[in-house]
Design a binder for this molecule. Structure first.
Ligand SMILES: *Cc1c(COP(=O)(O)O)cnc(C)c1O
Length: 449
């Protein structure tokens, strides 16, 4: 590309960014203004835009352990953890070394590589429901492929999802979706055709009678049911006793493929995700986030008879130029092996309970209705008088109070998710003075309401 320097210079001056660049001043505000001119909304993923909490998103210059350092030089204790993957905290030395070793051998081969085999062995060892597995480059690709596979396996058109569950930005799953789609006010995305949406049936989480009726109204048509076993993209919602077993029963009865989306919960709640905490066995499992150790990754796996429908063995096409990428495999293997070796889950549960108890005590002292669902290193805040069991109850919570807590915490060095509909995460790196400091700030944030 030819760059017309004088023109670039004058337009930079006109936009007032030239002096900033010359002086080496790259504040978050200035970076965001530059980004806004070129990147839609200034961000490469919508939840980063701070639109639901207001203000300008900060840019992160570096991250270490439980802390982010912003472009403005502020240090923040991070409860977002790159939206889940960083269970060992940021910039973990073991993961960094694994990436460095892999880097010395090359970044991508386009042929099978030994690390893919190690990763497959590891995932099968951790998830008893997974007998065969395929790697992808994102959680979105994993859920998209799992759904196509369920349709190819059953020869049926429809899928069931639950309102408020987020499964990545797959067309057929952007119907009543959670996470950024909900935060930005478009859980039903534009650009999804009525035909596509018509094959997606939406059910209410924790409501088995309604689900049974939905199955009865669509007998012989439902290829797959996809669920976040513990929904974590509309805040955190936990299943009623018997709900997941009820899903298994209905799917078995109707010949529907039961898909657990454990992209968020896999390796976060236990080595087998939620499947370490209950006895329900899905047909397919989607994974991502932690198994990439901070690099882009996803995976889906399950029963061999279903997985063997994938190309090149079967008729369901699925592919990826960079799938099983050696750097991502190396990072993920290091992350998961460290979890296997250290078993941090009991420690993370203690940290999670401490944050929950801090928030609940502060809310009680102020007489403010607050629910803090928490499991292990995951928790969220619902300003609600009632326990939240589904999407409708989640969005009926008071978002303004959340925004105030978010803002106070950020101003005092603690970064919560910039949306009332996201789950907060803890890492092993939060132990010690970081958790002490964070709890002091969160307590004050609620008392300041
Ligand atoms: C993050 C997430 C996805 C999407 O993963 P990406 O890597 O962002 O595509 C899918 N399902 C769940 C439950 C998630 O939390």
């Amino acid at each position: 590309m030819q760059v017309n320097f004088p023109l670039a210079l004058s337009s930079a001056l006109a936009e007032g960014v030239f002096s900033a660049r010359c002086l080496g001043v790259n504040s978050s505000e200035q970076l965001f203004q530059r980004a806004l001119a070129m990147i839609p909304g200034g961000v490469n993923s919508p939840v980063r835009a701070f639109r639901s909490v207001g203000g300008t998103p900060f840019f992160t210059k570096s991250a270490n352990g439980a802390r982010l350092t912003t472009a403005d030089g502020q240090e923040l204790i991070d409860f977002v953890l790159t939206w889940g993957p960083a269970i060992h905290g940021h910039n973990d030395p073991e993961i960094r070394n694994a990436i460095r070793d892999a880097l010395d051998r090359g970044t991508s081969f386009g042929t099978p590589n030994p690390l893919e085999v190690e990763m497959a062995e590891l995932l099968l060892a951790c998830f008893p429901a997974v007998k065969k597995v395929r790697m992808t480059n994102s959680g979105t690709e994993a859920t998209m492929s799992a759904i196509r596979l369920a349709r190819g396996f059953t020869g049926r058109p429809k899928i069931i999802k639950f309102s408020g569950c987020y499964h990545g930005h797959v067309d057929s799953l952007l119907v009543k979706a959670g996470s950024g789609a909900l935060t930005q006010g478009n859980p039903d995305s534009a650009g999804v055709t009525p035909g596509t949406a018509a094959d997606t049936l939406v059910a209410e989480y924790n409501n088995l009678p309604a689900l049974a009726a939905l199955f009865e109204a669509n007998v012989g048509q439902v290829a797959g049911l996809i669920v976040e076993p513990f929904p974590a993209n509309v805040g955190l919602i936990l299943p009623d006793a018997g709900f997941l077993a009820g899903l298994r029963e209905l799917c078995t009865k109707h010949g529907t493929v039961l898909i657990f989306d454990e992209v968020m919960t896999g390796f976060r709640l236990s080595l087998a995700g939620t499947q370490g905490l209950h006895t329900v066995v899905p047909d397919l499992v989607c994974m991502g986030k932690i198994i990439g150790g901070g690099l882009p990754v996803g995976a889906f796996g399950g029963k061999a008879e279903i997985m063997d429908k994938l190309a090149p063995l079967g008729p369901v096409y699925q592919a990826g130029t960079l799938s099983g990428n050696p750097l991502a495999m190396a990072a993920g293997l290091a992350a998961v092996r460290k979890l296997q070796r250290e078993n941090p889950y009991p420690r993370l549960e203690v940290l999670g309970q401490r944050v929950r108890d801090t928030l609940l005590a502060a809310a009680k002292a102020k007489g403010i209705p607050l629910q803090v669902p928490q499991v292990g290193s995951m928790f969220s805040l619902f300003f609600n008088t009632e326990k939240v069991r589904n999407y409708d109850q989640a969005i009926a919570s008071n978002g303004d109070l959340y925004r105030k807590v978010f803002r106070y915490a950020l101003d005092h060095g603690v970064y919560l998710a910039p949306s009332p509909y996201e789950t907060a995460f803890l890492s092993t790196a939060h132990e010690g003075k970081d958790i002490d400091q964070a709890c002091t700030v969160l307590d004050a944030a609620v008392r300041a309401l």
